[in-house]
Design a protein. Sequence first.
Lengths: 372, 169
Amino acid sequence: MSEFSTEEMTLNMGPQHPSTHGVLRFIIRADGEVMREAIPDVGYLHRSIEKIAEKVGYHGFMPYTDRVDYVCAMFTNQGWGMACEKLGNIEVPKRGEYCRVIAAEFNRLASHLLSVGSMAMDIGANTPFTHAIREREMINDLLEELCGARLTFNYMRIGGVAWDLPPGYREKALAYLDHLEPILDEYDSLISYNKIYVKRLANIGIISAQEAIDYNLVGPNLRGSGVKWDIRKDIPYSVYNEFEFDVPVGKGEWGTVGDSMDRYMVRMREMRESCKILRQALTKIPDGAVLAKVPRNFKPPAGECQIRIESGRGDMGWYAVSDGSGYPWRVHVRTGSFAAMGIINKLSRGLMIADLVTLIASLDVIAPEIDR
Amino acid sequence: MTPLEVYERVRERFPAAVVEVVEKGINPFAVIDPAAIIDVGRFLRDDPDTAMDCLSNESGVDYKDRIEVVYHLFSYRHRHGAVLKVKLPRDNPTVATAETVWKSANWMEREIFDLLGVTFEGHSDLRRLLMPEDWPGHPLRKDFVEPLEYHGISTVRDSPIIRLDAKKK
């Protein structure tokens, strides 16, 4: 270290800290304002959801999956549903798949709005957060019409979704998209190109593509590093191969490829792609049933499967083992935030303490998803 | 490459390492000798034809008579995957860490160590990840019994319905 090195300080950040998005703790070893290391300490939200799965059976586990990631619960629903369908070899009716896509993409919009809004707030810009939350509330209203819940949806079932779209839903949803798209542009002009904001984000927490793959980063964090990879596009599941949409990647427009600004911009651009998918899904949705016939006492044959879906925080892997009984033998979910937390220690070295907040926000870490 | 072709390739390179290949099922998998898992992993990562640059998932399963550690590998370059497993004895399960091959193994192995009690030799930071450091046992083991209290904090609670009934009487 240089001649300015001073005595090392150990600081505690969290578990109750407004910028840690849940209950999350860091032990920071700092020299002045520069961090030598930030050691994440997780587990405050550990509920052992994987153990619960072994006790409550296949259908019964669905509401619990909401709690894995309550910011985008539709995806955890869908992940578990798809794992069971694969184990039991069940085909979801076409309309059910479309309902899933509509619900999931609205949820992705809500999740990204929360992410970019809270990111601005963490950095010190309070107003954009209220704007983002305002739009998110309307999505919550739409999802509430769909399933009666605003956060933990429990909308999907093994074999489809619980309820069909209510009457007039298509018009309402399309009207909302008409409203949202100009707002996204407004949001860009309000905050995305703000000089202070860009300066706080650009060149902070740079992750190279190689590193991102090595640490198993997924979703917007991986795409922010310039890797064009989206499960919806590259290993299509559900009916995603019927839609046209782009996969935005980080280009390093304001700094280096893979910095926090890139991850932020990927999320902003993904929202527009979600709007595209939603418009296509809402116009193309076929008639028919939404739920396949699945026995109440669902006993898939012994075996195991892994499925991957693109959640709001990226590739979510569900690994399920069945022993042929009515209860899963083992369920494991590997989430995006879990991988993102693994890289924070490495990225924090040499960063300013204030930039740790930027880093956590740009990786879009949701604490319950790490701990499960 | 299909997973079966990948396993065939491993078998060509390490004839003794592949214990068995299970072809039927949704995801065919190969059972690897625990002593060779890191060599196999490194070979699959570095071989340009397989190029498994990503450890997508690492998890442990307790089968009552053994513990299995499952590696879901994936290649971003070739867009194919493979599933490797090692079978470990239930008392004192130990296997070398995959952290030296894929960095993402660090946290996933800490979780397996915490919840299933598998020791990963050579791991740089093998501490409990989710449970408190002084927690007894490993919760995802099938024979785990939850202690009734932890530092004086009860882990069970009366059913609120029973409590209401008691009040009525």
